[in-house]
Design a protein around this ligand. Structure first.
Ligand code: FES
Ligand code: FE2
Length: 411
């Protein structure tokens, strides 16, 4: 990659093309639904370099507004929540859930008239699939992404969120890079009796799709058997994988790497199970805050908390808090925005290379004034759920994918 391509792919703030692409074409998740309580404190939200505040009125209505009060720019994170609006504590202006000024007390009788003249920016906010989403583009938003976890009942899904202090593409590429499972995560995978991941390096097959990429990891299993593990990658930052289910849509996992700004992103990691019988995932993250799995102390100064004693006792990576700590530890260790022009890629990096091409192509089409074709619609029409299963010699994983689609969508 050239330094220029790296800049184009990674930068999201200001007028950066990737930021524009995400702002104008996509809803961005920013919180778990439970993190915004009715009448609770406003939440600071930073997305694509914009500072916002989200809140939920007592009746459940969500609001998403500029963090700065339109009067003299005090932070509305300090505001009081009154019904479905925010009351700035500095001079009492009231801002409704759409960001409009509703009341300017110091103007007395002229308050409504005065407030109506003040121009504010409108952001869209909505809930779906257990997450709260923002649309930061101007004009009417697209519909919420038709992703498979969106319709799953609450008991069939589980989400965690964390702030990762490096560029969003390092996170997304971590999900694309499945070879690291054999190395980085071996200390965790070995503890699972059903794990096939560490036993043998796979052969990969990659398909370009209308929404990004589909990858199949194919491993030999005792005798003539095969093991398939198929993952889906949907532009710009969704990754679906599955670790241990047969060809029915259970225990699918999802990584979403949402840019906060150029040098920080939010990772949403979760599971869903369309049968509603999600296995107890929370035990893998016990003692951790699901809204903030990685805390501030997780930092370069202490090697991201790597535990050399645990390594001496046999833990491979020394990241003993959760499997996600391994991921985000190495991603942060690459620096805030990794310089991809210095990489020396090898054969197993093909999925990463293909996804970069896909995203660069989307940017080129945006430059040319072409509409961005909807990866979300393309996924809804032709995507697979992620899946993982054992099959006979000579089996075709694409047939398994079709079966998995049919299991989900009755013909
Ligand atoms: S700064 Fe908010 S009311 Fe004055
Ligand atoms: Fe990982």
């Amino acid at each position: 990659m050239t330094p220029n391509e790296n800049e184009r792919l990674t930068r999201v703030t200001g007028e950066a093309p990737m930021g524009r692409l995400m702002r104008e074409n996509y809803w961005l998740p920013f919180a778990r639904c439970e993190a915004l309580e009715p009448g609770g404190a406003p939440m600071k939200v930073r997305l694509l370099g914009s500072d916002l505040v989200a809140f939920r009125g007592k009746d459940g209505t969500l609001g998403l507004v500029d963090e700065r009060c339109p009067h003299r720019l005090a932070s509305l994170a300090l505001a009081r929540v009154e019904d479905c609006s925010l009351r700035c504590i500095y001079h009492g202006w009231r801002i409704d859930h759409t960001g409009k000024v509703a009341e300017v007390p110091s103007e007395g009788e002229r308050s409504a008239q005065f407030a109506a003249r003040i121009r504010t920016k409108r952001y869209h906010v909505a809930e779906g699939g257990g997450l709260v989403w923002a649309y930061l583009g101007e004009g009417e938003p697209p519909r919420l992404p038709p992703l498979p976890f969106m319709d799953v009942p609450a008991e069939g899904r589980w989400w965690s969120r964390m702030v990762v202090r490096c560029n969003w593409l390092q996170g997304f590429e971590g999900a694309l890079d499945s070879v690291h499972l054999n190395w980085l995560h071996q200390g965790w995978e070995e503890s699972r009796d059903d794990s096939v991941i560490v036993q043998e390096a796979p052969v990969y097959e990659i398909e370009q799709t209308g929404y990004g990429l589909r990858t199949a990891a194919i491993r030999k299993r005792g005798g003539d058997g095969l093991h398939f593990r198929v993952a889906e990658f949907i532009a710009p930052f969704f990754a679906f994988s599955a670790s241990r289910q047969p060809v029915i849509p259970t225990d699918c996992s999802c990584f979403i790497s949402v840019p906060i700004d150029d040098e920080n992103h939010m990772l949403f990691f979760g599971f869903w199970d369309e049968t509603g019988k999600l296995s107890d995932i929370s035990k893998f993250f016990s003692g951790l805050d699901p809204d903030n799995l990685v805390t501030e102390e997780f930092d370069r100064a202490n090697n991201w908390g790597q535990d050399r004693e645990a390594m001496a006792m046999g833990h491979f990576s020394g990241f003993t808090r959760s499997v996600l700590h391994e991921d985000v530890g190495v991603q942060m260790s690459m620096g805030p925005i990794v310089d991809r022009s210095r990489e020396q890629l090898c054969g197993t990096d093909l999925a990463i290379v293909r996804m970069r091409d896909y995203l660069l192509d989307q940017l080129a089409r945006q430059d040319g004034g072409e509409p961005i074709d909807g990866p979300m619609q393309a996924y809804a029409q032709g995507g697979f759920l992620p899946f993982s299963y054992e099959a006979e010699a000579g089996a075709d994983w694409r047939i398994g994918g079709q079966r998995n689609r049919e299991a989900r969508v009755p013909a």
